[in-house]
Write a protein that binds this ligand. Structure first.
Ligand SMILES: C[S@@+](CC[C@H](N)C(=O)[O-])C[C@H]1O[C@@H](n2cnc3c(N)ncnc32)[C@H](O)[C@@H]1O
Length: 252
């Protein structure tokens, strides 16, 4: 293993012992990079992970010494979260709820950092949901929002030969089905503005990571670290945002 692929001791930088972990690391590196200044330069924060699922993010944030609460509608996900936290030797509170009940479950002004990753795709009224998230963030706090980006989904469907599906994805739909809503960068920024949230940073996430054959990362020494470096290099370049599988926004 080369020095550049040796796993870091820091939870937010831990790269990848197994192939599946290497691919996951390549997909999440840009988000961790954006959050690192908040998570590693502040004292213990109250972090609320809405739709935090099985705790892939939440547990690592707890390992950095923060007080983390996951709110998720799925009892199974919360049970897995509990197991993952125990295995890592950290405490993460798991509460059953969803965005619409968030203020009842966790309270208003309850977090310095609210994570909402992979959830806005699945809510019926995203503008109202963002209003709830804003209420949950304390003054001076931050919302970290990660959503699916529409143009990349069109490209992926077309490249797989699913031309009809690609065509159907070109425009936003009121009822997108199980796949959920996808957003362009402009749509997302406009939506955040309607909720009175000020966008501080926009990042393109997984610009190349989903296009690279998995076997390349498995077999080519140093390729994961090189891919991560490339992902970070293009993440804030506006011309690459339409190619990103996901958009990450930090807003206040
Ligand atoms: C794609 S997973 C994302 C999990 C995690 N945030 C991550 O980034 O790995 C979506 C999660 O959102 C949860 N979810 C679905 N609808 C929700 C809602 N209306 N409010 C809050 N969470 C919801 C699901 O139970 C699931 O755990």
């Amino acid at each position: 293993m080369s020095a550049s692929e040796r796993p870091s001791d820091r939870p937010s930088e831990r790269l990848a012992e197994r192939p599946s972990e290497r691919r996951a690391a390549a997909r999440t590196a840009v988000v961790w990079d954006a959050l690192r200044p908040l998570l590693e330069q502040s004292g213990p924060l109250d972090v609320l992970d809405i739709g935090g699922g099985t705790g892939g993010f939440a547990v690592r944030v707890a390992e950095l010494g923060h007080r983390v609460t996951v709110v998720d509608p799925s009892p199974d996900a919360l049970a897995s979260l509990g197991r993952r936290a125990r295995e890592r030797g950290v405490e993460v509170a798991g509460l059953q709820g969803e965005v619409s009940s968030l203020l009842d479950v966790a309270g208003a002004d309850s977090a310095d950092l609210v994570l909402c990753h992979g959830v806005l795709e699945h809510v019926g009224d995203p503008a109202t949901a963002l209003g709830v998230l804003r209420e949950a963030v304390r003054d001076g706090g931050t919302l970290s929002l990660l959503v699916a980006q529409r143009h990349a989904a069109v490209l992926a469907r077309a490249m797989a030969g699913h031309f009809g599906q690609a065509l159907a994805l070109l425009e936003p739909t009121v009822d997108p089905g199980r796949a959920g809503h996808r957003y362009t960068s402009d749509e997302l920024v406009a939506l955040l503005a309607t909720a009175d949230l000020h966008v501080e940073q926009v990042h393109g996430v997984r610009v190349f990571a989903d296009l690279v054959p998995g076997t390349l990362l498995d077999l080519e020494p140093g390729s994961t670290a090189a891919l991560v470096e490339l992902e970070k290099a293009v993440a804030t370049r506006p011309e690459y945002l339409p190619l990103a599988t996901q958009l990450h926004v930090l807003a206040r």
